[in-house]
Design a binder for this molecule. Structure first.
Ligand code: C2E
Ligand code: MG
Ligand code: MG
Ligand code: MG
Length: 282
């Protein structure tokens, strides 16, 4: 009886598994096509100085303009791309597009700020990202001061051997390195110091707790003093309210980013924000 049951169970699951596999392969092929036919586009989210609201940088965030499903958020395709390796060509396209956009804004006479590019662990492992970045910067005549790279905390810590060399190679270009989603991984002070990171972007989950109690404040306060002690800047992600901003200002958090200042916006709107420059709501 057990055997029969096991068998029927197996039969029950088999079609589901192949369905999953097919949908996975379909999604993969679709994403490959999206990369090859230019369905990916970048939106930009400003980051501002905590005290003045002056724009200090803009983060490039990829979106997939799907022919039938509309605009797809990166959380719906980046993980897949990371698993199957498509993140490498996808990431190169992001780097190339960000550099081209920045060069175009410069040519139009806009007061540009550095663009911050998200780079995933797999791109670091692949060890070609620094060379690719250098090529794009050179082709567009961009100074290294105009490019920043964000790597998640877990990816930063996983960076060993070749990966660590790759981080150093990016650093050697003069490009600034930020730890993204800080607080969600397990980095140590010594690792951050060894990797010579320029700043921490504190994960939005910590910003969301800011109006809570003294313990939540203590966490942020500790991060700020630790980071400043080893010469790193602190950026708060996900700032949505003026209350959060006021607390972060009191804690001497260097920069803030979030819906309170601006959501990610398409290039035309980003150009308007560059002209405006000071972005705290009046
Ligand atoms: P991230 O780099 O931590 O980017 C911040 C995410 O939080 C963005 O989501 C942004 O739209 C969202 N966000 C910003 N301000 C607020 C706020 O005030 N409140 C809330 N609730 N959310 C806010 P998005 O654009 O959907 O990107 C999600 C993630 O996808 C990014 O997280 C990043 O890890 C990844 N990603 C995006 N573009 C790329 C890329 O070109 N390459 C790689 N490797 N990853 C990317
Ligand atoms: Mg980021
Ligand atoms: Mg983040
Ligand atoms: Mg994130």
């Amino acid at each position: 009886a057990a055997k029969a049951e096991g068998k029927s169970r197996y039969r029950l699951f088999q079609p589901r598994l192949s369905e999953l596999l097919i949908s996975r392969l379909t999604r993969q092929a679709e994403l490959r096509l999206a990369i090859d036919t230019g369905q990916l586009e970048l939106h930009y989210q400003p980051r501002v100085l905590g005290d003045s609201g002056e724009m200090s940088s803009m983060e490039a965030l990829v979106r997939w303009r799907h022919p039938s499903r509309g605009l797809i958020a990166p959380d719906d395709f980046i993980p897949l791309a990371e698993e199957n390796g498509l993140i490498v060509p996808l990431g190169e396209q992001v780097i190339a597009a960000a550099c081209a956009q920045l060069a175009q804004w410069k040519a139009e006479g806009l007061p540009v700020v550095p663009l911050s590019i998200n780079v995933s662990a797999r791109q670091i492992d692949d060890a070609s990202v620094s060379g690719f970045l250098a090529g794009c910067m050179a082709r567009h005549g961009l100074d290294a001061a105009l490019i920043e790279v964000e790597i998640t905390e877990s990816a930063t810590m996983a960076a060993e051997g070749a990966g660590c060399g790759e981080l150093a190679a990016i650093r050697a270009l003069g490009v600034k390195l930020y730890v993204d989603d800080f607080g969600t991984g397990y980095s140590s002070l010594s690792q951050l110091r060894r990797l010579d990171m320029d700043g921490l972007k504190v994960d939005q989950s910590f910003t969301a707790q800011l109006a809570g109690g003294p313990e939540d404040l203590a966490f942020f306060t500790a991060i700020v003093s630790m980071a400043h002690a080893i010469g790193m800047r602190v950026v708060a992600e996900g700032v949505e309210t003026v209350e959060q901003l006021r607390i972060l200002q009191a804690l001497r958090c260097d920069e803030v980013q979030g819906y309170y200042v601006s959501p990610p916006v398409p290039p035309a709107t980003a150009a308007l924000l560059l002209r405006k420059r000071f972005l705290f709501p009046a």
